[in-house]
Design a protein around this ligand. Structure first.
Ligand code: DON
Length: 578
């Protein structure tokens, strides 16, 4: 085993060059891989595939593919169906990111459908006059809700990329909202957990609770007639059916009646923004991932660049996990320090995702010792559920979509705006409400990057991604708040280690997010000897009490044409091949 003798910290670009040369293991000496041959020149997939967090949503997508639609039509149908049948996790009142690949011309783009702060939002809106955070202000009530982006994404996807009309792609969701769907265990558990919150919103209580305000039985049918009407308004008028007219007026009335600050102008001016995805290389694999205001792609590429300098296959598993954790620590630290909405802050993205910077960070990693986060110059400082959702689609032509969507916490704020069926998100909590004050995911941010400003989009951890090698590709992502980034790093490594889709979604996970300075892990993620080894290196470890994530993976093997779709066994999703 090699010992590294430089312990300094790569705190900034200028520091990088100052480090003593890294005595690199073999991989670092490899020439940087040339751009990976993109698979569009290859044969189309034999089959299409959909993996989503709930079978009815996967089936909605399949219905579009069977009707002659493409992956983008299926993405609309899956997202809209998830908004109905998985209201804990995403919905018309929320937002997200869609990573797209169009096979015909190789176009790669990301739809940023992230919520934006209302025009009347202010930097200190969740602080009291003394400048202290007001408890729960950024997660409870309509002040916590950003202007939704998901409905605009449906319209954009259908118009710009689909073969079917929005009206056609929304039909399964309209049907599910009107005719209802049966309560399933995870939904029932979420309703039980959030019952008090749902009781405070008469419309939400009417939909999700029994007439007596109780938790519905498994199999009870949940109908959402108002949501069906809102979806129908969109089917008839496109985005205007949500951001204008009757629905917009009802949304603004409902939000303002409860003390919110939305305006008609906030809704009318909402736009999906197409952004260039981030692209990187890792040992010959081409990684395509989300760009800011998602922090996920930056962190993923940065962590992989750091790891590229180690030969992970040649070292013992305890050291391997130590190195992955040290890469996570550094990537998360930069998330807190640098990142935000690219329309508001300038970020050194090329530097943060570049090899030189990673080499500097790598030189601060010892093979035998944890680096306490407090030694990383940065800033000062709850666990995860299955809120938020991810789905992956591959159609038979090779078009692909990785979509991660959210209302933030279970049912968002829990408030359903009267007459609309729309649950309000509480995504404003993803802003840094005060420098150094952690959000619900324990994430910290500094003043500049992720402070609240009117019309600004809060930084996200959602990381829809593609991994391509000369042999095949993977389309994937997961919910899980800050844990998303670690899960995507581990999922990438798993795929490149040759795991199948089913193995990747099942693999136990571990996580480090810089602050708090602790490795959290799922039961079974670390063996007893790995735990002892990591503790001996100075890591603090904590076994999580719950499983994390709900990863949806599609893989395509170019040589055999074999396509696999796997849903995380932690949820009740379904991977379909058609
Ligand atoms: O955008 C984000 O990073 C968060 N709003 C995602 C929340 C989430 O994944 C919750 N899931 N457990």
């Amino acid at each position: 085993m090699r010992n590294v003798t430089v312990w300094k910290i790569a705190a900034c670009a200028a520091c990088v060059a100052a480090f003593a040369p890294w005595s690199a293991p073999s991989y670092a000496d490899d020439p940087a891989p040339a751009r990976i041959a993109r698979p569009q020149s290859r044969l189309p997939a034999h089959k299409g595939a959909i993996a989503s967090a709930y079978p009815l949503a996967s089936q909605a997508g399949q219905e579009m593919l069977a009707a002659g639609g493409n992956a983008f039509d299926a993405a609309v149908a899956v997202s809209a169906a998830l908004a109905v049948v998985e209201p804990t996790s995403s919905g018309l009142g929320g937002g997200g990111f869609y990573l797209l690949h169009r096979q015909a011309d190789g176009l790669e783009t990301m739809l940023d459908a992230r919520e934006k702060a209302p025009g009347a939002a202010t930097r200190d809106m969740y602080l009291d006059p003394a400048g202290n955070p007001i408890a729960r202000a950024s997660v409870a009530g309509p002040l916590a809700a950003g202007i939704p982006g998901e409905p605009a994404a449906f319209d954009y996807l259908a118009r710009r990329f689909g073969k079917l009309t929005l009206k056609e792609s929304l039909q399964p969701a309209i049907r599910l909202a009107r005719e209802g769907f049966p309560v399933y265990p995870r939904l029932q558990a979420a309703i039980r957990y959030k019952r008090e919150l749902l009781l405070r919103s008469p419309d939400a209580a009417k939909v999700f609770l029994t007439a007596e305000g109780g938790v519905p039985e498994l199999g009870a049918i949940i109908k959402q007639p108002d949501l069906a009407l809102t979806l129908e308004a969109m089917a008839a008028q496109g985005a205007k059916g949500f951001y204008g007219g009757r629905v917009a007026q009802d949304l603004v009335n409902g939000v303002r009646a409860e003390g919110g600050i939305w305006t008609l102008e906030d809704l009318a001016s909402y736009r999906v923004i197409e952004r260039k995805p981030l692209v990187g290389n890792y040992h010959g694999a081409r990684i395509v991932s989300s760009s800011p205001p998602s922090s996920g792609g930056v962190a993923l590429l940065n962590a992989l660049n750091i790891l590229a300098g180690f030969d992970l296959k040649q070292i013992d598993s305890g050291t391997r996990k130590h190195l992955i954790v040290e890469a996570m620590r550094r990537a998360f630290r930069d998330r807190a320090v640098y990142l935000g909405d690219p329309d508001f802050v300038s970020m050194p993205l090329a530097l943060l995702t570049g090899q030189d910077y990673a080499a500097g960070q790598r030189s601060s990693i010892r093979l035998d010792k944890a680096m306490p986060s407090e030694l990383l110059p940065g800033i000062e400082t709850t666990p995860v559920g299955l809120h938020t959702t991810h789905f992956s689609v591959l159609d038979a032509s090779g078009n692909r979509v990785a979509g991660t969507l959210s209302v933030n916490l279970y049912f968002g704020t829990g408030e359903m705006v009267p007459k609309t069926g729309v649950l309000l998100n509480n995504t404003m909590d993803d802003f840094s409400i005060k420098p150094g004050t952690p959000n619900v995911f324990g994430l910290v941010g500094n003043a500049a990057g992720n402070a609240i400003a009117p019309n600004k989009r809060p930084l996200s951890s959602m990381t829809p991604s593609f991994v391509e090698t000369p042999k095949g590709l993977m389309i994937f992502g997961t919910p899980g708040g800050s844990y998303i980034i670690s899960m995507v790093i581990l999922g990438t490594l798993d795929y490149l280690d040759g795991m199948s889709a089913a193995e990747i979604v099942k693999d136990p996970r571990y996580h480090h997010q810089y602050l708090p300075d602790v490795i959290e892990y799922e039961k079974g993620a670390l063996s007893q000897s790995e735990i002892s080894r990591l503790e001996a290196m100075g890591h603090k470890l904590e076994e999580g009490s719950r499983p994390w994530g709900n990863m949806q993976v599609i893989t395509w093997d170019f040589a055999s044409g074999k396509v696999e779709a796997a849903a995380d066994p932690r949820g009740e999703g379904e991977g379909l091949i058609y």
